[in-house]
Design a protein around this ligand. Structure first.
Ligand code: DGJ
Length: 694
């Protein structure tokens, strides 16, 4: 029997079909098809030929390719019985439920032991498809691998782009040509990690940021993922995403993948980026008070590190407030006897040596300055040199002889008593103090990957959020080591990187914007002399780069000259005046004609205004700046365009580009086809251009 289903939004269609009760396969994914398209004909038309040296029929590239059906590639499921015997199911159709933009398909295996469900939901507004798979067994089984529903990779594509990184170097893009066989990314670190952000972009031939077709994927899980992008011998391509293989240590009766977020764009990589940004902001992240403007942060880490002195912190808080900060975040060093990073993790009680009267005097002072108060925790970690470890050595995850990371071990978050302890200790701090923000850190990889660890962490956060619903959470892991939609469904901001070097940030923010909107992406103005790169960068560049995202400060404000403080106040005031629309804007990565310029355009949801940030990351090869082409404007509309920071032009810029003398009115078509002619500038500077539809 033939069965077919389709899911549509305004710009894309996903069609699934199946023969003879077999698992369905995606037979079409791309631009929206006409309403009357005959799906059975599509299924027939999708069939590829058979020639010499092949089986007499091509096995389906189904949503869970089965080893039992001669599939010539990676299967979607690898499972073993409780005694270790491989189980190789042959699934047959058991039922389908279709709703408005949703589809659930059920299958059971011939032996009656396993059942498999694939769910799909297409979001008509954001254009993101959510896909998820569940496996159930009648007796406990060992799962090695379960892919979220498998989607086809496009044929009209020469390469794929995935992500790598390191501490202070997150979101680096890797380009790999398609070729026969598999490109596998397997993250065995036990956390999302700097090294393996779980995302993939498959641009079709000729796609750029602003034009062409592209497909993109993100796996929303914080415990480490596996990605398989495979070209089969017959040329078909498949994309699989799931938890890192074998991370469920004990046999279970039920396994679920995390949600796979998938997008098709006919509008370049920006079509994928805007879909992910909107979906994350409007569907995944749940702010306690969505109406509250994102506050300007001050974080004291790079100012004082572990050296907390109440009078100094009060002084710093006063200066931060005067610059425009609205939330003061007390970082690592306030608890136990934590004078460096060798001790006290898990001893979540205020250090009486540093804070003899508790945190209240500091919090009262901070509140008196008009700021709210946030605090740092690293809940899943423990130092051997801690009271909690001495009392409960069995709470640590992994063996006694394990290699430590930052002198610390992870707690076993699968243990209910560990979660109860953390809930009580963290809860006491949140109950006894007026805290509205937690920076939740995770500074080492796990001794071995373990899905139960991630589930335990999620359960703790969910419980704390239920009890302290007003508290926002920032996900940090030595910077951007835990950024994914799974953690962001229970947190509200990410610390993109420990690098406060504006040049590095400019690049990272540009790439991270494929997945992250500005409102969740923390970006701080760091010290003049950058602590992680040694670079010395001008305050203007540091301030504007931070103003591209959720703005904060992290330098010691006592180092600021009057001029630097003045610049910071001005940029902060500009950010505050614009955040009401910028935090909900679409970030469009521009196709800069000059590789030295990294540029983006933040476009208001209604398209009536925009701001362009054109960062000069290096010296240009040619003498004069190449015009910068804008995106997604109305070709027939006119825009008043103004260089916000034209007073920053250096003396070596001595010509007369129109933008130097004041606002200019230009048409959308001109701005998109010819582009903006900006003045000459030094490397490590930023031009900021505001545009308003006239
Ligand atoms: C790593 C974080 O990324 C930093 O911002 C800071 O919070 C330190 N941990 C504190 O130990």
């Amino acid at each position: 029997m033939i069965r077919c289903w389709r899911l549509d939004d305004g710009r894309q269609t996903l069609v699934l079909g199946s023969h003879r009760d077999h698992l369905a396969e995606v037979i079409y994914w791309g631009p929206r098809l006409a309403d009357g398209e005959d799906l059975e004909t599509l299924l027939a038309a999708h069939t590829i030929d058979v020639t010499g040296g092949m089986l007499d029929q091509n096995p389906e590239l189904s949503i869970c390719p089965e080893a039992t059906r001669s599939f010539p590639g990676q299967p979607g499921l690898i499972v073993h019985d409780g005694d270790g015997t491989p189980v190789v199911p042959r699934f047959g159709f058991a039922g389908a439920r279709q709703g408005d933009g949703t589809l659930e398909l059920d299958y059971t295996d011939q032996a009656g032991v396993l059942s498999y469900t694939a769910s799909f939901a297409i979001d008509g507004e954001t254009h993101v498809i959510e896909a998820q798979a569940t496996l159930q067994a009648t007796r406990p089984m060992h799962l090695h691998w379960l892919s979220a529903p498998v989607l086809p990779g496009p044929q009209h594509s020469d390469e794929m782009v995935d992500f790598a990184g390191r501490w202070c170097g997150e979101f680096q893009m890797n380009r790999t040509p398609w070729s026969p066989g598999i490109r596998c990314r397997e993250n065995l670190t036990g956390r999302t990690g700097h090294e393996h952000f779980p995302g993939l972009i498959v641009p079709c031939r000729g796609a750029t940021n602003t034009a062409g077709q592209a497909f993109a994927f993100h796996y929303g899980w914080s415990g480490g993922h596996r990605m398989v992008a495979e070209e089969l011998p017959d040329g078909r391509r498949q994309i699989q995403f799931g938890h890192a293989a074998g991370t469920d240590a004990s046999p279970r009766r039920r396994f679920e993948t995390a949600t796979l977020y998938a997008v098709f764009s006919d509008d370049g990589l920006n079509g994928c980026a805007v879909a992910f940004q909107r979906h994350l902001r409007d569907r995944v992240v749940r702010l306690p008070d969505p109406g509250r403007p994102r506050p300007v942060h001050y974080n004291c880490w790079e100012a004082v590190y572990f050296d907390h002195k109440l009078p100094e912190l009060k002084d710093i808080a006063g200066r931060a407030a005067a610059l425009g900060a609205e939330r003061f975040v007390l970082d690592d060093g306030w608890f136990g006897t934590r004078d460096d990073d060798t001790s006290s993790l898990s001893d979540w009680q205020v250090d009486p040596r540093k804070y003899p009267d508790g945190l209240t005097p500091l919090i009262t002072h901070v509140h008196g300055l008009g700021m709210s108060f946030g605090i740092w925790f690293e809940p899943e970690m423990i130092n051997r040199d801690s009271n909690v470890f001495r009392a409960n050595p069995g709470w640590a995850l992994g063996g006694e002889d394990q290699i430590l990371g930052r002198q610390q071990m992870a707690l076993d978050m699968a243990l209910p008593e560990v979660r109860d302890f953390l809930f009580d200790r963290i809860g006491a701090v949140l109950r006894d103090n007026a805290v509205d923000y937690v920076k939740w850190d995770h500074n080492r990889v796990l001794p071995m990957p373990d899905a139960a660890q991630t589930r335990g962490c999620y359960a703790l956060i969910d419980r704390l959020r239920a009890a302290f619903a007003h508290v926002e959470i920032e996900s940090c892991a030595s910077g951007g080591g835990r950024i994914d939609f799974g953690i962001l469904s229970r947190s509200h901001r990410v610390w993109l990187s420990d690098s406060n070097d504006a040049l590095e940030r400019l690049k990272m923010q540009h790439n991270a914007a494929i997945f992250l909107p500005a409102c969740v992406t923390g970006s701080h103005v760091g010290p003049r002399h950058c602590h992680t790169s040694g670079r010395v960068l001008d305050i203007r560049f540091r301030a504007w780069v931070a103003a591209q995202r959720h703005l904060g400060f992290e330098m010691d404000p006592r180092e600021l000259t009057d001029d630097e403080a003045q610049v910071l106040k001005q940029v902060t005031a500009w950010w505050k005046a614009n955040r009401h629309w910028m935090m909900g804007a679409d970030i469009l990565r521009l196709d800069s004609s000059d590789p030295a310029v990294i540029a983006e355009q933040q476009l208001a949801r209604g398209g009536e205004r925009f701001v362009v940030f054109a960062g000069k990351a290096a010296s240009s090869a040619q003498i004069a700046p190449r015009p910068l082409r804008l995106a997604r404007l109305s070709p027939d509309a006119r825009y008043r365009v103004e260089l916000v920071n034209r007073d920053e032009a250096p003396g070596l810029s001595r010509g007369a580009p129109a933008l130097v003398s004041g606002p200019v009115e230009l048409g959308g078509e001109y701005l998109m086809s010819h582009g903006l002619t900006l003045p000459w500038s030094f490397p490590e500077t930023m031009w900021v251009v505001e545009g308003t539809m006239v």
